[in-house]
Design a protein around this ligand. Structure first.
Ligand SMILES: Nc1ncnc2c1ncn2[C@@H]1O[C@H](COP(=O)(O)OP(=O)(O)O)[C@@H](O)[C@H]1O
Ligand SMILES: [Mg+2]
Length: 519
């Protein structure tokens, strides 16, 4: 380490209306793992796409090994041994692994035909050299996301890359797959002389894997640190540009009483296939019950049946000894269930209405407000909106601002403010912090735990395993429409949970690959 292999000098990239990269300087050392972090839209992908020759910078210079270069396409970048694995894979599903790996530089039998045996041999050799196991003859469409990513990496290595850029590689992976990827990356750097640039927004991953870390915010490079000298607090503050308080989330001992019972339910998805095959669970006051699973295993439909948005094929849902079968969403709300939906704009909010109108939704039937509305006096409603804006830290100049003009984090706070202020016994919360910045995530997590401490029964569905671990008292794993495991907080690691989320179990956890993240 120590030799500068890449230097980006004063790189700017202007898109129509957006200065995505603003005068950026960045140096990458040979043989390091360099993390680039920043919130959504900070300009990370733009910067790396520029280094990969996909965009020409509006201004600025790129140096490789001290020589100025100009890349007109990725072909130029790969000539300088730079390769990139994009966030969305670019494999051909109907091709085999070997065919995908040699795609574009296929070995030929004569001028016309691809030499398939040679492609398989190339793949096997690559696989051996880099310690990345793949089956060359398997069709890509039958392969898991984690292995598809390996194929992308092998493909880039086959083109001769010494510098690998990975754009948010862990976003699509289970905890096991993430740890496997990290071992692969470490091996490429420590034993095979490669240099890796990895984009992520997960701070724990940065701290675990990288040698150095550069932080971007709103198109600017904020700074580069040795990872050893960084911690979550420092990085979070560089990312959001203000203090982020990581509170400890104090859990109080609260008496438990069973409130919600789900008994052997079955339900179909929109295509008419049975997506919930058999789910039973119970939810108690004063607990957060987390549902961990890979998206598409029935968790969205579970929430829909619980909130009256989807009908049951079989089984029963019982709240305080009363069956909810055949209840409308409104009756369910009256039965004391509030709902933070997974898609705040499709289901939770009306974009073209003001904050105060959105906060009122769902309370229209509340007598106190109806009476006032009839008198055409919005004073009380606005007062309530103002109070909630303050309590839920919604950053806005006034309650009259249209929802569509707020940031994702502030929109989410409006949904949470409204649903939490109904003071229902049960809260069903889906993906509460998706697309929300770190500062707002902290705030939302605190609000959820405060509700729990006040005795609410909370069902939490999240694709973010860190979130599930942080908030839950109990965790259920869901796989293909069934509950595959139940765990008390502290009794299970993320790595183990990952197994249950893919339909396997703890007995399959041999000597581990890589380290556990935590938890
Ligand atoms: N091809 C493009 N055309 C126009 N705007 C773009 C394009 N790519 C990215 N942007 C904008 O540039 C900004 C930075 O985006 P991006 O580099 O993708 O951020 P990040 O990868 O950090 O999430 C965003 O505001 C985004 O909307
Ligand atoms: Mg990106």
């Amino acid at each position: 380490m120590g030799d500068k292999i890449i230097e980006l000098k004063n790189i700017s990239k202007q898109f129509p209306g957006v200065l995505a990269n603003d005068n950026i300087n960045l140096e990458i050392d040979k043989g390091e793992i360099h993390a680039i972090i920043g919130e959504n839209g900070a300009g990370k992908s733009t910067l790396m796409n520029t280094l990969y020759g996909l965009f020409e910078p509006t201004s600025g210079e790129i140096y490789i090994d001290g020589n100025k270069v100009r890349f007109l396409s990725p072909l130029d970048a790969i000539k300088h041994k730079i390769g990139m694995v994009h966030q969305h894979f670019m494999l051909v599903p109907s091709f085999t692994v070997a065919e995908n790996i040699v795609l574009g530089i296929e070995p030929r039998k004569n001028k016309l035909f691809i030499n398939k045996d040679e492609a398989i041999k190339i793949t096997e050799d690559l696989s051996k050299t880099y310690g990345l196991y793949v089956d060359p003859r398997q069709k890509v469409e039958t392969i898991s996301v984690g292995i598809q990513q390996r194929i992308e990496i092998l493909k880039v290595l086959h083109k001769g890359a010494d510098i690998l850029i990975l754009d948010e590689p862990t976003a699509v992976l289970t905890p096991q797959e993430t740890q496997e990827l990290f071992s692969i990356v470490r091996n490429l750097v420590d034993n095979l002389g490669k240099t890796v640039i990895i984009i992520t927004h997960k701070l724990q991953e940065v701290l675990q894997l990288s040698d150095r870390v550069s932080v971007m915010r709103q198109g600017k490079m904020i700074g580069t640190l040795n990872t050893k000298e960084a911690n979550e607090q420092i990085l979070a503050e560089m990312m959001v540009g203000r203090e982020v308080l990581f509170d400890k989330l104090e859990r109080k001992e609260v008496p438990h009483k069973e409130i919600l019972k789900v008994q052997n339910i079955k339900a179909k998805d929109n295509r008419g296939l049975m997506i919930i095959k058999d789910i039973s669970l119970n939810l108690k006051s004063g607990e957060v019950l987390g549902i961990a699973g890979i998206e598409g295993n029935g968790q969205s439909e579970l929430i829909e049946v619980l909130t009256g948005l989807r009908s049951l094929e079989d089984g029963d849902i019982i709240v305080n000894d009363v069956s909810l079968i055949n209840s409308t969403p409104k009756e369910i709300r009256n039965a004391s269930i509030a709902h933070v939906p997974e898609d705040r704009l499709a289901m939770g909010l009306s974009k073209d209405a003001s904050i105060y109108e959105n906060i009122l939704m769902g309370s229209q039937y509340n007598e106190e407000y109806t009476k006032i509305k009839i008198q055409l006096n919005n004073k009380k409603i606005k007062k309530r909106a103002k109070d909630l804006i303050k309590k839920f830290d919604i950053r806005t100049p006034s309650e009259d601002v249209l929802i569509g003009n707020l940031s994702g984090g502030n929109m989410q706070k409006v949904v949470i403010a409204r649903e939490f202020s109904f003071n229902t016994e049960i809260l069903i919360i889906a993906q509460p912090t998706r697309g929300v910045d770190i500062g707002a995530i902290e705030f939302i997590h605190e609000q959820i735990i405060e509700k729990r401490n006040q005795g609410a029964a909370i069902l939490l569905v999240s694709a973010d395993l860190d979130e599930i671990f942080r908030l839950s008292d109990r965790i259920l794993t869901i796989y293909e429409g069934r509950i595959t495991g139940e765990f008390k907080q502290g009794d299970i690691t993320k790595k183990e949970i990952g197994l249950y989320m893919t339909g396997r179990n703890k007995s399959e956890l041999g000597g581990g690959i890589g380290e556990e993240i935590n938890g």
